[in-house]
Design a protein around this ligand. Structure first.
Ligand SMILES: Cc1cc2nc3c(=O)[nH]c(=O)nc-3n(C[C@H](O)[C@H](O)[C@H](O)COP(=O)(O)OP(=O)(O)OC[C@H]3O[C@@H](n4cnc5c(N)ncnc54)[C@H](O)[C@@H]3O)c2cc1C
Length: 544
């Protein structure tokens, strides 16, 4: 479609959900689709080597490198908030952990009135997406575009963590995405043969060969264009060149939990007072756009190990870097093929929790700052994530300039229950590190250290040093209430030709890692868009 500026569907954002949509909407060959992505193509080797995760935290070529506003719950720190800015979006820079969440998360979405989103409704979409190296069963799929695989190497420290959790009384769990999430085991990852499986690799690579898909990288969408209450196109810039494209059918916003509400607000959809204060003409007063931000916060504990078998040791010298690099090139194994965390334990830390409220994991490295230089001694990090935070914040544009980062305000640790649960979770994780199987590897706890020995001190430490694990959602929340932004078919309320399909539509964050659930949303969203096009419910799209 060279030169064409008219499409059936325009997708804004080629991330976890956007690439799924681009593939599924072009599969039949009947629909012309434009996919706009603000970032570049995903060619750089670190976007494919799993260890690249650590390299990409601060790389502005592929990462928006956002930070939150000062967080009152974190001693007024600006917490780093990376987001992918490249084909594949955050799935091209994330930690590669494949955890869907609990069945109860999706049943809760359904209980909120979102027909079609219970666990039994969404499980077929998780399975459809998946190509699990273990093969298909009641919970898993094979032959789908998204490679999911076991770790190729089980590091002795990760094995020790699992044994230690079992010594603490937690059950072994061989499949966190199967019948039950609770217990300890090794993570499955989004990798194929030791190489990152982003949605750009799994979905977009093949779809790009189709004549009915146009992909424009380094294209920043600046505004959705409306004719009354109908979205008719998108304005975007490539460098300094202004362009526009028309959508005969729908505009689909898939720009992620920070940028989707930003684009809607820039386009005149959002809280009227905010838009007016930024000089933007209001098309629809939708107070919920950008509101309800829900993110996973974590406490991190650092340990010095007795033997030099951690990543810190492997890559300290040039000789080590070369040796491990060569090992990876030859075998696609070893330290370069490790995800952000290797093994973990889902547990109930708060006495009132009916299902796991904490995800405790071991990372085979340690550093003073996230993405910073690794320690010059053997070190590992324990990461405890608060799985169902009550705290909710917001995302708001600071100005009418699309290049201006939005103000991100997650309000971490704003409720007593969040604080109690995370403190209890970190304490439980410390007990795992102190159990015999793990203790024999540990020389000392470096951070916070033994002097931090009561709940108040632990909470203070978490506020001072804790961080997000980069799972923001719910800023264009799906629901039936007046503050909800999209309905259960992901249509922006009051509009027939505009949807949001990405992590921002989750009513609440899932009790896991958000990439799998976002890909599921992409799969289900595509099905709904195609069904509506077929039924003639979406204006302008030729019936398939
Ligand atoms: C560092 C990091 C580690 C993570 N680790 C894990 C993990 O191990 N496991 C897991 O399950 N999840 C993990 N996540 C979270 C997971 O990757 C995200 O939840 C998921 O990728 C979100 O998908 P999305 O489609 O909503 O947004 P994204 O994948 O972020 O895609 C949005 C895309 O839209 C583009 N875009 C934004 N604005 C515009 C615009 N105006 N015009 C054009 N394009 C635009 C962006 O550049 C981006 O490519 C991690 C995330 C990060 C950042």
């Amino acid at each position: 479609m060279p030169g064409s500026d008219s499409f059936d569907f325009i997708i804004v954002g080629a991330g976890s959900a956007g690439c799924v949509l681009a593939d599924r909407l072009t599969e039949s060959g009947r629909h012309r689709v434009l996919l706009l992505e603000a970032g570049p193509p995903n060619r750089h080797p670190w976007l494919h080597i799993p260890l690249g995760y650590g390299k990409l935290f601060t790389d502005r070529r592929f990462n928006w490198c956002y930070a939150t506003e000062p967080q009152p719950g974190c001693h007024d720190r600006n917490v780093i908030a990376p987001r992918g800015k490249v084909l594949g979006g955050s799935s091209s820079i994330n930690g590669l952990i494949y955890i869907r969440g609990q069945a109860e998360d999706f049943d809760h979405w359904r209980q909120l009135g979102n027909t079609g989103w219970s666990y039994s409704d969404v499980l077929p979409y998780f399975r459809k997406a998946e190509d699990n190296g273990r093969g298909a069963d009641d919970f898993h799929g094979s032959g789908g575009p998204l490679a999911v695989s076991d770790l190729r190497d089980r590091h002795p420290l990760a094995q020790a963590f699992v044994e230690a959790a079992v010594q603490c009384g937690y059950p072994r769990n061989d499949d966190f995405n199967g019948a039950a999430q609770e217990g300890a085991g090794f993570y499955q990852t989004t990798m194929r043969d030791g190489v990152r499986a982003s949605t750009a690799a799994g979905y977009l690579e093949a779809a790009r060969r189709r004549a009915n898909l146009a992909v424009v990288a380094q294209a920043l969408a600046t505004r959705i264009v409306f004719d009354g209450r109908r979205a008719t196109g998108v304005e975007y810039v490539v460098g300094d060149e202004k362009r526009s494209a028309r959508a005969a059918g729908e505009v689909i916003v898939a720009s992620g939990a920070f940028n989707s509400p930003q684009l809607l607000q820039l386009s005149g959809l959002g809280p009227a007072a905010l838009l007016q204060s930024r000089g933007i003409a209001v098309i629809a007063d939708l107070p919920g756009v950008g509101d309800g931000l829900n993110d996973h916060f974590a406490g991190r504990i650092i340990f010095r190990c007795r033997t030099p078998i951690t990543l810190n040791d492997a890559v300290r010298s040039w000789h080590g870097k070369l040796r491990h690099g060569a090992h990876y090139v030859l075998t696609r194994r070893g330290f370069l093929a490790i995800p952000a965390i290797s093994a973990g334990c889902f547990l109930r830390a708060h006495p009132a929790s009916a299902t796991p409220d904490s995800q405790c994991s071991i990372a085979l490295y340690s550093a003073d700052t996230i993405g910073g230089d690794l320690h010059p001694f053997p070190g590992v990090t324990g990461v405890c994530v608060l799985l169902r935070p009550e705290s909710r914040g917001h995302v708001r544009i600071k100005s009418a300039d699309p290049r201006d980062p939005p103000a991100i305000h997650p309000k971490y640790l704003a409720t007593p229950r969040d604080c109690e649960t995370l403190v209890a979770g970190v304490a439980a994780m410390r007990r795992i590190f102190a159990a015999p199987a793990m203790a024999r590897h540990i020389a000392e706890e470096i951070e916070p250290g033994a002097q931090c020995d009561d709940d108040a001190a632990l909470l203070d430490f978490i506020r001072r040093r804790g961080s997000t694990v980069y799972h923001p959602v719910a800023t264009c929340r799906m629901g039936q209430d007046p503050a909800a932004v999209v309905d259960a078919r992901l249509r922006v309320r009051g509009f027939s030709s505009l949807r949001v399909v990405d992590a921002s539509i989750m009513p609440a964050v899932v009790s896991g890692n958000t990439n799998a659930a976002t890909i599921m949303i992409g799969e289900k969203g595509a099905d709904m868009i195609l069904a509506d096009a077929k039924g003639g419910t979406s204006i302008g799209v030729r019936a398939a």
